[in-house]
Structures are given as C-alpha cells and as structure tokens.
Design a protein around this ligand. Structure first.
Ligand code: FHN
Length: 433
C-alpha cells in the first residue's frame, strides 16, 4: 500500500512542473479566494438515493449492491418534506456562509436535472423536482454561497473506469470507456455551471480511487480549465488527500485540521492556498439512521474556532433524511452555533490565523491590529503569549469589554485573567501596536 501511495505521489510530483506554468488564476478568481477565506464556515450536505437505505453513502459498494437493483430505489424516492427555503434558513441561522451540496456522489445518481443521463432526480423519481435548482434559487435569494460536490467516481455507469471501489456492483466492464465518461462529466459540469447561477466552488472527490493505478490520467487540467472558463470566480477544489495540483484554488482536508492526521487522510503538506477542513456532525456523511452520535455544540464551536486559528474554513456536514428534512438534532446544533456566532462572529469571519499559532489551550485569529485570543481549554488564570516582538496596547474580554491585566517580559506577554476560563471559548481581544 505504502509503495503504491509513494508511486502515486511521485507521479503527481512529476506532473506538477508542466501544469504549474500553465495555470494563472484570474483577478476574479483571486478575489473569490479571499472572499472564501473570509467566510470561514460552510455546511456540507450529502444527499442522494443512499439516504433511503439510511446506512451512509457508501452502502452500494460496501454491500456489493447490484447497480440495476440499486437504481430501483429511484422509483420510490419521494422526499415529500423537502423545502429548500427551510434548509437554507436553518443553515443561515448557524452563521454558515455557504452550502456545499452533493450533485452526484459515488452511487452515480444525479440530484439535478441533467440531459446527459436519465438516472436523475427529475427523470427517474416520482418526485420529479430539480432539488438543486430549488436549493440554488433559495441560496441566491437568501444570500448564501453555493458550492457543488461532484464525484469523479461512479459505481453505476458502465463507462466509468473501475477504481479500487465499486467493483462488486455488477457492472460488466472494468475498463469502462474513459472518453465517454470524461465527456459525460464535462457535460454535466457545464450544466452545473450554466443552469444554477453563480457557483462558489466545484468540490471534486474520488481521484484517490485510482491510487492503485498511478498512471491513470484524470485529465484534470482540461476539466479545471473548463470550470474556470465557464465561471472564472468558481474555485476548484479536489479532495484527493494529497498536495494540491495546479489549477486548484483551495486545499481540502478531510476529518482533520490542516497539519493534523488523526483520520489517516491528511499526510499532505499545508499549501499557501485557502484551506478548508470538512468534518461530520455525527459520524457519517450520508444519512445513517443508527448514528445519533452527534458532536456537542461545544465541540462543534471549538472545532470551528480551531479551524479559524489554523487559517482554515470549516465545512460541517449534515446528511438530510430520505423524507427531505434535515435531522432535528442537526437543526438544533445549527441554531446553537448561530447563537454563539451572533456574539463572537466578529472574531471569526474575515480573520486570518493569528500571529500566536495553535496551542493546546487554543490559539489566535487576527484582523488588522486586533488579535483575538481564543481560550478553549485552560486550567489556569494566567496565559503566556509569545509576542516578544509586538506591543500590546490593550487587552479586554471580547464579550463585555472588561479589561484584562497583563505583564510583559522579554519573551512576550502574560494575560492575568479574572478566573479560570470555563466558557466554550473565552475570547480576549488584544489591540496591537
Ligand atoms: O468517499 C467520500 C465520502 O463518502 C465523503 O463524500 C467524503 C467527504 O469528504 N469524501 C470521500 C472520502 O474521502
């Protein structure tokens, strides 16, 4: 496995120099990157036919479900309670600034109206509604960004080349027909970037499926160029779990903050691109009926803050139910996060990772001459900050402006707090010279 991964990485490195010279992001794209960094918080939605089986989005391959049998799920998909306005309002209430929606996950079912396959929510289900169109219209109406997840893998289509997953779904030809599948993907991407208004990002997933076949050419350059041609400000993201390829505009981490690798998917270096970490609110991406293991609001807020401290956005996932509603617990978490953001959003939105990096007690975010010290876990009333080369003019509790005393020595400043912090995040605002 290790050798295969190494050859895959080597191949990517060899490919870099050629591609590196050819991609020059446009002004619009560079501006969009900064706006993306300012947003800090997004909500990921994994929704597809798999919601009906309620065992997560990998059920088709995990249980080797035959592709023709699996497709019959579509005939019974009628998410009667789907209400895009309600989804968007609940998500907006959390303080999130964008939604990333799975237009087509590995199962191969298109959750939008597409001319290029009948296996889609309008043509193959009794519901017959383009949920993406409804969602897009609401996002634009309610003023929240829309990003689109798009899988490079397809466990349903016969022309999709087999990777290391989806081998037991009964498709006849492991070799597929790359030219046909590649044209299909690009046609769909053209639809997505033409029919749904302004799209903040295309979020690819699945390149890792060919990690046993390092010579595989996904022809990403051309695909990325197509996206940038159709919507120059649209950011290209690819969750391939390795160092970004040229043509990509942001770097993604899965289930780990940049520079950490507890989940085993994030050994890659942290690049200078805008960063985003995606994480589940419970344990699964797609709806899983038995997974009620939701992270607490405290954990979610602290994760969001920890991402901001590391200069990354958090893309927090929810798996909508088969009836079209967001799970009640998720909606509650969104509301509680939103309450916190109402007070503390100023210390998160529009900030960058601060000059005091991440520490076990928390870390800092920064905007102009304001340094926000986020104390997440400290069993002490004194907090040392290595700020030797900066001058602190003032320190105060962000929440109510109560002044905080501090002492200076050659190495930095020590904040002398009124009490041992117990809040989800005790924020001290420092005014720097
Ligand atoms: O296989 C997918 C998985 O289902 C999910 O979509 C996550 C989200 O980051 N990405 C893949 C695993 O890396």
């Amino acid at each position: 496995m290790k050798t295969r991964l190494l050859s895959f990485l080597l191949l990517c490195c060899l490919a870099f120099p050629v591609r590196a010279q050819s991609y020059q992001p446009t002004e619009e794209n560079l501006k969009a990157r900064q706006e993306f960094r300012d947003k800090k918080f997004g909500i990921f939605l994994h929704w597809g036919l798999y919601a009906m089986l309620a065992t997560g989005e990998w059920t088709m391959t995990n249980n080797n479900l035959n592709y023709k049998e699996y497709a019959k799920l579509a005939g019974g998909f009628y998410p009667s309670k789907f209400d895009a306005a309600k989804w968007v309002a609940a998500i907006k209430a959390s303080g999130a600034k964008y939604i990333c929606f799975t237009t087509r996950h590995h199962e191969g079912f298109s959750m939008f109206d597409t001319k290029y396959s009948d296996y889609n929510i309008v043509d193959a289900t009794p519901f017959k509604r383009d949920v993406l169109k409804e969602l897009a219209d609401e996002c634009h109406k309610q003023g929240i960004g829309l990003h689109l997840y798009y899988s490079h893998i397809d466990w349903y289509r016969e022309d999709a080349v087999w990777g290391r997953t989806g081998r037991g779904t009964g498709r006849p030809n492991p070799k597929g027909n790359w030219d046909s599948y590649y044209a299909f993907m690009n046609n769909q991407l053209t639809e997505l970037l033409t029919n749904y208004g302004l799209i903040g990002a295309i979020w690819f997933d699945g390149v890792w499926d060919q990690d046993e076949n390092p010579d595989f050419d996904w022809e990403l350059d051309e695909q990325y160029a197509l996206i940038h041609k159709l919507q120059p400000s649209c950011l290209v993201a690819n969750n391939h779990h390795i160092t970004p390829f040229p043509g990509e505009d942001i770097q993604i981490f899965e289930r780990d903050l940049p520079g950490e690798n507890t989940a085993g998917l994030s050994g890659q270096d942290v690049s200078s691109l805008p960063l985003e970490t995606c994480q589940t609110m419970n344990g699964m991406w797609g709806y899983k009926i038995t997974d009620q293991n939701y992270k607490s609001t405290r954990e979610l807020i602290q994760y969001l803050v920890s991402a901001a401290v590391k200069d990354a956005n958090l893309l927090m996932n929810i798996g909508p139910q088969p009836d079209g509603e967001l799970p009640e617990v998720a909606v509650q978490r969104l509301a509680e996060m939103g309450e916190w953001m109402k007070t503390y959003g100023e210390t998160i939105y529009g900030t960058r990772g601060g000059c005091v990096g991440p520490h076990p007690w928390g870390g800092t975010t920064q905007k102009g001459d304001k340094l926000y010290v986020h104390i997440l876990n400290l069993q002490d009333k004194a907090l040392f900050l290595p700020l030797a080369d900066r001058k602190v003019k003032k320190a105060r509790y962000f929440v109510d402006g109560t002044p905080v005393k501090f002492q200076k020595n050659n190495e930095g400043y020590t904040l002398l707090l009124n009490a041992v912090p117990t809040d989800v995040d005790t924020v001290i605002e420092l005014e720097l010279d």
